[in-house]
Design a protein around this ligand. Structure first.
Ligand code: FES
Length: 119
C-alpha cells in the first residue's frame, strides 16, 4: 500500500474539487478519487476563515475518519474519527482517543474564484 503522497489516485495540483458554497460553514466535505485499483480519500474542513484539507486516513489505524461529509462533532468544534472515537482539533492535532498527539496528514487545497482546488 503506497503512502498517501505516492498514491497514484491522489489528484495532481490544480484539480477543481467543488464550489466553496458546497461546503457548509462550519462543515466538511469528503472527496474520493480512483485510479485503477487505487483509491485516494480526502476531506476539507471549513469553519469561518479556516479551510483545510486532510487525507482521510486516521493516524490510529488508517481507517477513513468519516463518511457522507460527516467529519465533525455535533458542535463542529472537532474532527471525529468514527473508527474508535479519536478527536482532532480543526488544525489536525489529535487531542483525545488512541492517537493523542499525532496529526492528520495535510492535503493542501486552495481557494480561487469561489472554488476549491488541490494545491
Ligand atoms: S481508526 Fe481512528 S480512532 Fe481508530
Amino acid at each position: 500500500m503506497p503512502s498517501s503522497s505516492d498514491n497514484p489516485a491522489r489528484p495532481a495540483a490544480g484539480v477543481r474539487l467543488c464550489a466553496l458554497d458546497e461546503i457548509a460553514d462550519p462543515g466538511a466535505k469528503g472527496f474520493r478519487f480512483r485510479a485503477e485499483r487505487w483509491l485516494f480519500a480526502g476531506f476539507v474542513v471549513r469553519s469561518g476563515d479556516l479551510l483545510r484539507g486532510y487525507v482521510d486516513s486516521c493516524p490510529h489505524a488508517s481507517w477513513p475518519l468519516g463518511m457522507d461529509d460527516r467529519y465533525l462533532t455535533r458542535d463542529n468544534g472537532h474532527i471525529l474519527c468514527a473508527g474508535h472515537g479519536a478527536l482532532f482539533k480543526l488544525d489536525g492535532l489529535c487531542v483525545a482517543g488512541p492517537c493523542v498527539g499525532q496529526h492528520l496528514h495535510d492535503w493542501p487545497v486552495v481557494l480561487a474564484d469561489g472554488a476549491l482546488f488541490t494545491a
